[in-house]
Ligand binder design. Structure first.
Ligand SMILES: CC(=O)SCCNC(=O)CCNC(=O)[C@H](O)C(C)(C)COP(=O)(O)OP(=O)(O)OC[C@H]1O[C@@H](n2cnc3c(N)ncnc32)[C@H](O)[C@@H]1OP(=O)(O)O
Length: 435
C-alpha cells in the first residue's frame, strides 16, 4: 500500500469511527424539560461550559429560584446531563411601548465532550418549536459569542455603551432644573421597592427593556464580596423632587492611592431616572465623588444624554458593544406588535430556513397608531432573511446599512427609504441587564 493510500484508508476509518460515535450518541441521547430535583446537575453542567468556576451562593440561589423548569431543556446522555438551554418568560418593550411576550433564551451550554455534534442545533430546533407553540412572537438572548446564533435567525438588535471617563479632566454641564433635585444616600435593600417602582415606570419608554418579573429585582442587589475586586459594597443614592423619588443610582467605589495622590474609581452598576434633570443630577454626583478620578460604565443606552453634557467626549473612551439579540418567531405577530414612526406599506420576501413557517411574502402596513401584517401574493418590495428583520425590529439598526452590506435587496425603488424611516425609533433600544 502506498503512503497516500494508507493515509486515505486511515482517514476513512477515522471518519467511519467518528460517524459511529455520533450515531451512538444520538441514539442514547434524550432531550427533555428539567425536573426540579435535577437543577443542580443541570446548572453545574451549564457552569462548566463557562469554565466551571463556582458562583457565590446568593447568585446560585437566585438563578435556582428564577429557572422556569417547564421551559428549560436538558440533554441527557446515558443518564448524565450534557447540555442545557433555558427560556424565561419575559415581556419586552417594542417601539410604540407595547409589552410583547418574548422567550428569554439563557443558560445555553453543551459539554466539551459533546461539542460540534449538532447538540446545540437540536436544542435550538426544539426550543423555537416550543416558543412558537407557547404563542410568543419573539425570542431574545445575549450571546457569549456573536458568531453562534445567526444561523438560528437571531441578530444583534440593541447595543450597549461602555465608557471610562476621566473625571479629573472631563466636566459635566447640566440642564436647567438640575439644582432642584435633592440627592440622598439610601440603603439599597430598604429602598428596593421604591427603585423597582421607578424602574417599572420607565420600562414602556424604551424598546428593549424588560418588565421585571417577580424575583428579578434581586439581581440588582447581588453583592458578593468575591465579586467586588477591591471595591466597596453596593451604594445607593436616590434623587428626589418635591418629596417624590425621581431617580436612583447603584454603584461602587474602588479607592486607590498612589505616591502622587488619590486615583479612585467609581463603578456604575445601574441608574434610572424619570426625567432629564434627575438623570443629570445623578450623573453629576457620579462625576464629582471626592478622591476619585474615573467613572467606569458598562452597557448604558447608546443615546444616553450624559454624552452630550460632557466637556470632552474623547476622554470618555466610548465603546459600543452588541447586547440584545432578537429572533422573530412569528413574523406576522411580531411586526404587528410594534408601531412605525412614519407610514409604511411594504411587502417583504422573507427567507427563514430554520423556521420555515415564516418564509414567504408578508405585507406590512403600519403607522404610529398600529400595524397589520399578513400573507400576500403581491410583488415583493424588499427581500431579506428573518435575521435582518430581527436586527431592525427594535429600531436600533437601519435597513439601509444592511442593504449596503448586501443583506437587504430593494426590489421596489423607494421601499428602503420608507422602511428606514418607519422602522426607526426616537429612543435607541436598550437592554438594562443581562439574563
Ligand atoms: C444565550 C446563551 O446562553 S449564550 C451561551 C452559549 N454558551 C457558551 O458559550 C458556552 C460554551 N460553548 C458551548 O457550550 C458550545 O460550544 C455551544 C453551545 C456554543 C455550541 O454547541 P455545539 O453543540 O457544539 O453546537 P452545534 O454542534 O450544534 O453547532 C452548530 C453550528 O454552530 C457552529 N458553532 C457552534 N459553536 C460555535 C461557536 N462558539 N462559534 C462559531 N460557530 C459555532 C458549529 O460549527 C456548527 O456550524 P455548522 O452548522 O456550519 O456546521
Amino acid at each position: 500500500m502506498t503512503g497516500d493510500a494508507a493515509g486515505r484508508s486511515a482517514s476513512s476509518a477515522a471518519g467511519r469511527h467518528e460517524l459511529r460515535k455520533v450515531r451512538e450518541m444520538r441514539e442514547s441521547r434524550e432531550t427533555r424539560t428539567l425536573l426540579r430535583d435535577e437543577w443542580d446537575e443541570w446548572y453545574d453542567t451549564f457552569l462548566r461550559t463557562f469554565g466551571g468556576v463556582p458562583e457565590p451562593a446568593e447568585e446560585r440561589e437566585l438563578f435556582r429560584d428564577l429557572t422556569p423548569h417547564d421551559r428549560s431543556l436538558g440533554v441527557w446522555d446515558a443518564g448524565r446531563c450534557v447540555a442545557t438551554a433555558g427560556a424565561y418568560d419575559f415581556r419586552l418593550t417594542v417601539p410604540g411601548g407595547a409589552s410583547v411576550p418574548a422567550a428569554g433564551v439563557t443558560m445555553v451550554g453543551v459539554s466539551a465532550t459533546h461539542r460540534r455534534r449538532g447538540v446545540l442545533t437540536s436544542m435550538m430546533r426544539r426550543q423555537l418549536d416550543d416558543v412558537r407553540a407557547w404563542g410568543e412572537p419573539l425570542a431574545v438572548l445575549t450571546a457569549s459569542e456573536p458568531d453562534i446564533y445567526g444561523r438560528f435567525g437571531y441578530a444583534a438588535a440593541a447595543f450597549g455603551l461602555h465608557a471610562e471617563i476621566d473625571t479629573s479632566r472631563v466636566r459635566l454641564s447640566v440642564p436647567p432644573g438640575t439644582d432642584d433635585v435633592r440627592l440622598r444616600y439610601a440603603d439599597p435593600v430598604a429602598e428596593l421597592d421604591v427603585c423597582e417602582a421607578l424602574y417599572a415606570r420607565t420600562v414602556p419608554d424604551r424598546p428593549g427593556m424588560l418588565a421585571r418579573r417577580p424575583g428579578w429585582e434581586r439581581l440588582g442587589l447581588l453583592d458578593p464580596e468575591s465579586g467586588r475586586g477591591g471595591a466597596s459594597p453596593l451604594q445607593c443614592v436616590l434623587a428626589e423632587r418635591d418629596g417624590e423619588v425621581t431617580g436612583y443610582v447603584r454603584f461602587r467605589v474602588r479607592p486607590e492611592w498612589r505616591d502622587s495622590g488619590h486615583n479612585g474609581q467609581v463603578l456604575l452598576q445601574d441608574l434610572t431616572a424619570a426625567d432629564p434633570a434627575s438623570e443629570a443630577a445623578l450623573w453629576r454626583f457620579l462625576f464629582g465623588i471626592d478622591l476619585t478620578t474615573s467613572l467606569k460604565v458598562r452597557g448604558r443606552p447608546v443615546d444616553e444624554a450624559w454624552q452630550y453634557l460632557v466637556s470632552d467626549v474623547r476622554r470618555c473612551e466610548l465603546r459600543v458593544r452588541d447586547s440584545l439579540y432578537v429572533r422573530l418567531v412569528d413574523v406576522g405577530a411580531a411586526l404587528e406588535a410594534r408601531t412605525y414612526q412614519a407610514p409604511v406599506d411594504v411587502v417583504f420576501e422573507v427567507e427563514d430556513a430554520f423556521c420555515p413557517w415564516n418564509a414567504g411574502r408578508w405585507r406590512l402596513s403600519g403607522d404610529t397608531k398600529g400595524a397589520v401584517c399578513g400573507r400576500t401574493s403581491d410583488a415583493a418590495d424588499l427581500a431579506l432573511s428573518v435575521r435582518e428583520l430581527g436586527a431592525v425590529y427594535l429600531g436600533g439598526v437601519g435597513p439601509a446599512p444592511l442593504a449596503r452590506a448586501g443583506r437587504v435587496d430593494e426590489l421596489r425603488r423607494g421601499a428602503l427609504a420608507e422602511a428606514a424611516v418607519g422602522f426607526g425609533a426616537v429612543t435607541a433600544p436598550w437592554l438594562p441587564h443581562g439574563f
